[in-house]
Design a protein around this ligand. Structure first.
Ligand SMILES: [Zn+2]
Ligand SMILES: [Zn+2]
Length: 130
């Protein structure tokens, strides 16, 4: 377990302080332990791939990835529900983790901020006196 924790890298660690605090919480440690046990320490994405031998691809999992990023939650309660729910977390190898983030471009903080800005602009334009 200790060896595992040392190897865990957090992708895009430009977390806001309140999110960083959530990852320092013991509830996150517990969530990771549940995920780790469920995955038996193996990448859950690679395990879906069946090799030529008819067996799943066994690759050591190193990263815990949130399927729905908890940073996108609107309330702290919602963020915690996403962050500490093992069903929202996948144990992945580095390759699959990078792939997951590349595919989930629409979930990046930048995309989220862009959508927020757009919404604000729409709101402002509606309230602007002509
Ligand atoms: Zn993998
Ligand atoms: Zn991730």
């Amino acid at each position: 377990m200790a060896a595992y924790r040392r190897r865990v890298v957090t992708m895009g660690s430009r977390y806001r302080p309140e999110h960083q605090r959530m990852l320092n919480d013991k509830r996150w440690t517990q969530t990771k332990a549940v995920v780790w046990q469920r995955a038996k320490g193996l990448c859950e994405e690679c395990a879906k791939t069946i090799t030529a031998t008819g067996r799943p691809l066994l690759v050591a999992g190193v990263d815990c990835h949130h399927v729905i990023p908890f940073e996108s939650a609107k309330t702290q309660q919602e963020a915690e529900a996403l962050c500490y729910n093992p069903d929202n977390v996948r144990l992945l190898c580095v390759r699959c983790h990078i792939k997951a983030h590349t595919q989930a471009k629409s979930h990046t903080k930048e995309a989220h901020q862009a959508r927020e800005a757009e919404r604000l602009a729409r709101w402002a334009s509606r309230h602007k006196k002509k």
